[in-house]
Design a protein around this ligand. Structure first.
Ligand code: COA
Length: 370
């Protein structure tokens, strides 16, 4: 190749670079526009919520100590329904907007944006979280079973270290899920923080007679918990699949009522196993409490006893509250699901609308070639 050829190619590349610059500048403009629109949406959501609160307060004042006619009662009921629906719609719109990190995430990750703006990416992230739990549970089940069969310190430590890492990772993933609109209850997140601490305390519990007395029971407990978590995975996977189907299917053959009846069936199967697990936690707390008076007892024993007791109380109360909450929140949940399917459908419709001009463009091209 001659020098002139190289210079000519460089000239061509320089022209292509100009196109790249133009594309980049229009990309930066769109990005700026996007940020402005995100800010506008956030402001409008705030305004909607503020006005809704005001209207709600005024309605309460108007109806206080007043005997309502049946027509007024109907109007009020309709109004309350609309408020619930609007709240669900606002929540749905918010899902497409960036959110601020929690303090915990800021400390761990720094001030990085972890908002996932696309609905299907959110679902994928949640799916990934459930799969992560499943894989680690299978490994945990295998290791705890191995520890029952073989009493070897290094193997024990590998398992307990895995528990510390697993629960710590869960707290980070759950905080990211929370930023992205998950309604995971504070207790379950706290539960995983406490579990991280418990595993840390187990890791520094020295080899002694007391540890040997508790060890086998602890490994059996882990085998049971891993099996229960496998059932939980089945339930959560089913919820995710049905929510997706509810929003994406055109024929809506999985209805909201169908979703609820499936959910109740899943819960009534799972809950007895959960409560046996909680009783196991109480039993661990009791055995550790008794071990605390052993002559060789170290500080880890009473601390773990208290931690297991806290887990037992917290888990039992939260799970017992879930059922009445789900019954009471039936209407609220219904609107959340309806609004979810409404949002997904609107997005699908927009996509189809955008495709139309392209398709008609294509058909014009075809006509021309004909
Ligand atoms: N860990 C992590 N996330 C949880 C959770 C848990 N234990 N329980 C519920 N969530 C999540 C749900 O996936 C849902 O997330 P989303 O908003 O992103 O869709 C959100 O929290 C709201 O869930 P909710 O409607 O309150 O409950 P559910 O129907 O999903 O699940 C239970 C109800 C009772 C099955 C569930 O809370 C559970 O499995 N609890 C037991 C956990 C436990 O005891 N673990 C220790 C084993 S001994």
């Amino acid at each position: 190749m001659e020098l002139d050829d190289c210079i000519r190619e460089w000239g061509e590349l320089a022209n292509e670079y100009k196109t790249l610059e133009a594309t980049n500048s229009s990309y930066l403009d769109s990005l700026e526009n996007l940020e402005q629109m995100q800010e506008q949406c956030t402001k409008q959501i705030k305004h909607q919520r503020y006005q809704m609160q005001n209207i709600f307060k005024n309605i309460k004042l108007c109806t206080k100590n007043k005997k309502l006619t049946s027509e007024e009662k109907d109007k009020l009921a309709e109004f309350e329904k609309n408020i619930l629906k609007r709240k669900a719609q606002l929540h749905e719109i918010e899902q497409g907007l960036p959110q601020k990190n929690s303090l915990y995430l800021k400390i761990i990750l720094g001030d990085v944006n972890v908002s996932i703006l696309n609905r299907s990416d959110k679902v994928r992230y949640k799916d990934d979280y459930e799969k992560f739990k499943l894989i680690l549970n299978v490994i945990g089940l295998f290791l705890s079973f191995l520890n029952i069969v073989i009493n070897y310190r290094a193997l024990e430590l590998v398992f307990i270290f895995l528990l510390v890492w697993y629960y710590c990772t869960l707290t980070i993933r759950e905080s990211i899920l929370k930023v992205n609109g998950s309604r995971i209850k504070g207790w379950w997140r706290l539960h995983h923080f406490i579990s991280t601490v418990s595993a840390g305390v187990l890791l520094v519990w020295p080899q002694s007679e007391t540890w040997q007395l508790f060890r086998t029971q602890f490994m059996y407990f882990n085998v049971y918990i891993s099996l229960v978590q496998y059932m939980q995975f089945g339930y959560q996977k089913g919820v995710l699949y049905r929510l997706k189907a509810l929003g994406e299917r055109h024929d809506m053959d999985i209805t909201i009522e169908g979703f609820h009846s499936w959910m109740w069936r899943g819960l009534s199967f799972l809950i007895p196993f959960l409560f046996v697990g909680y009783l196991f936690q109480a039993y661990n707390a009791w055995i550790l409490y008794k071990l605390a008076s052993h002559p060789e007892a170290t500080w880890q024993i009473p601390v773990l006893s208290i931690l297991f007791l806290i887990l037992f109380i917290g888990n039992t109360t939260t799970t017992m509250l879930v059922i009445p909450q789900k019954l009471r929140g039936r209407i609220k949940e219904r609107y959340r699901l309806m609004s979810l399917s409404w949002a997904l459908k609107a997005r699908q419709h927009n996509k189809e609308e955008k495709m139309k001009p392209e398709q008609s463009g294509l058909s014009n091209e075809c006509d021309k070639t004909k």
